[in-house]
Design a protein around this ligand. Sequence first.
Ligand code: DX5
Ligand code: ZN
Length: 217
Amino acid sequence: MTKIAPSILSADFANLKKDVEDVRLAGADYLHVDVMDGLFVPNISIGIPVVKSLRRATDMFLDVHLMIDRPHRYVKEFCQAGADLVVFHVEADQPQDIFAAISLIKEQGKKVGLSVKPRSPASVLVPYIHLLDLVLVMTVEPGFGGQSFMHDQLPKIEEIHNMLKDLNPSCELEVDGGVDPTTAPLVKAAGANVLVAGSAIFGKADRAAAIEAIRKA
Ligand code: DX5
Ligand code: ZN
């Protein structure tokens, strides 16, 4: 069954509790929290204090997507703030620090994911793939919500799906960027089982209908 992870990047931050409650009641599986530092990506969003507040406000599974430079410096704090899953970018750190960050997250009893930008090949995941709970494939250049889905990423999703079948069959495969009822069937067919959607959910008045439209697509 496909899991749906609404991205709060497209929510109303002044009414965040209401927006989160909306998608929880609508049956969303994960709450996707986009953290940006203005360095790894050309935008700044939210950080540790917001994750802490979300943790107090909801029992939803917090899927925290770090788009920050050298994430090993902060992964422990995001775990302690209440993340259930911490996903960081393979492009953002040196190999030894990626291994260190994976260990830090596991030591905190949390799930760990690695994300790949559109221009990174699937092969960059190989050294880490057996250690992961989730792989996140970006289908837009990270940094902003509301961008168009990059169809040229579909073969990579399928390639990673096949790698996971062989090397780590319980690992989840998440796709993020431009997912809506039109693109959802494509990423599902390529093997993704967790679909992030920001504007296609929070941009709609009826969040329950928006989630169902993506889930059933
Ligand atoms: C982009 C973020 C996404 C973003 C997706 O860098 O990682 O999670 O919110 O937004 P949509 O679904 O609008 O493309
Ligand atoms: Zn994201």
